[in-house]
Write a protein that binds this ligand. Structure first.
Ligand code: URA
Length: 246
C-alpha cells in the first residue's frame, strides 16, 4: 500500500527526533550546510600546504610532546569532565602514514592509548597487513577524550580539539592520511554521500592525500560481511601503492 507524504514526513521527523535526543547533533547540521563539514572542513583551504617533507627537527619533536601534554591537561570542551585519561595519539613522530579515528572508547579512555579495544586490534591487524610496523605509523583521533556512552562527538567538541590534531599533522607531516569512518572523513574529505561512495577515493588536505575508509568498529559490528573487509583492503592497497609498499 502506498503511504501518504504526510505519513512519511511524520516517520522521518520521529526518526530525526530520536537521533537528536540520542546526541546526534550532526543530523540537523548536515541537512542545511556544506555536508555537515562545519569549520574544520573548510579550514585546510586557507592554510599553507604540507606536502613537502623537510626532515623533522628536534624542536618539532619537542613540540609534538608538548602538544601531548596540552591535550592531557585540556579543559576546552565538556568531554574532559568524563575522561579517565585523555588520548593524544601515538606512534612515530615522523610517520609517513597517519590514521585518524573518531574518538577514544572505554578501553582507550582506561589506558590513555588510541585504538586498543576490539576495533583497535583490527586496525592494528590492517596496519600489519599493509607491511607497516605499529611504530612506523601514527594513530590519532578527532577528539582526544571519550564521549559519554561512545556517542558521536558533537561539532563543538570536534572544533575545540581540532587545533591539537592540526598541530599533530603539521609536525608529523605524514605523506598519507587515512580517515576511519564518517566523523574524520567529514572534516578531511567532506561530501554529502555515505561512506560507501566516499571511501576509496583520495581527497586532499593541504597537499596530503587523504584516503577515507570504513571505521574498523563498523567492520567489527558487521563481522560476517566479507565485502566490507574487501573494500577496506582495496582502499589500503591504494595507500600502499602511493607509499611504495606494493
Ligand atoms: N574508535 C576510535 O575512533 N578511536 C579509538 O581510539 C578507538 C575506537
Amino acid at each position: 500500500m502506498k503511504r501518504s507524504a504526510a505519513d512519511i514526513r511524520e516517520d522521518l521527523q520521529a526518526h530525526v527526533d530520536f537521533l537528536v535526543e540520542a546526541g546526534a547533533g550532526f543530523v540537523i547540521r548536515r541537512s542545511g550546510d556544506e555536508a555537515g563539514s562545519g569549520a574544520p572542513a573548510a579550514a585546510g583551504a586557507a592554510l599553507p600546504p604540507l606536502a613537502a617533507r623537510p626532515p623533522q627537527t628536534s624542536e618539532e619533536r619537542a613540540a609534538l610532546e608538548e602538544t601531548d601534554r596540552q591535550v592531557r591537561a585540556c579543559t576546552l570542551c565538556v568531554l574532559h569532565k568524563f575522561r579517565t585519561n585523555a588520548v593524544p595519539g601515538e606512534g612515530n613522530p615522523a610517520a609517513e602514514l597517519m590514521f585518524i579515528g573518531e574518538g577514544p572508547g572505554r578501553d582507550e579512555d582506561a589506558q590513555g592509548r588510541p585504538f586498543v579495544g576490539r576495533a583497535g586490534q583490527l586496525l592494528r591487524k590492517i596496519i600489519a597487513a599493509m607491511t607497516f610496523r605499529e611504530d612506523e605509523v601514527y594513530i590519532a583521533n578527532m577528539v582526544k577524550c571519550r564521549p559519554p556512552d561512545n556517542r558521536v562527538p558533537h561539532q563543538e567538541e570536534i572544533e575545540a580539539c581540532w587545533p591539537y590534531l592540526i598541530r599533530q599533522i603539521e609536525l608529523i607531516r605524514p605523506r598519507v592520511i587515512v580517515t576511519l569512518g564518517r566523523t574524520p572523513t567529514d572534516s578531511f574529505a567532506p561530501g554529502r554521500e555515505g561512506m560507501t561512495v566516499r571511501r576509496g577515493k583520495f581527497g586532499d588536505y593541504r597537499g596530503i592525500p587523504v584516503m577515507p575508509t570504513f571505521h574498523p568498529s563498523y567492520l567489527v559490528r558487521n563481522e560476517g560481511n566479507r565485502e566490507l573487509k574487501r573494500m577496506v583492503w582495496e582502499d589500503m592497497q591504494k595507500v600502499m601503492a602511493l607509499l611504495g609498499r606494493k
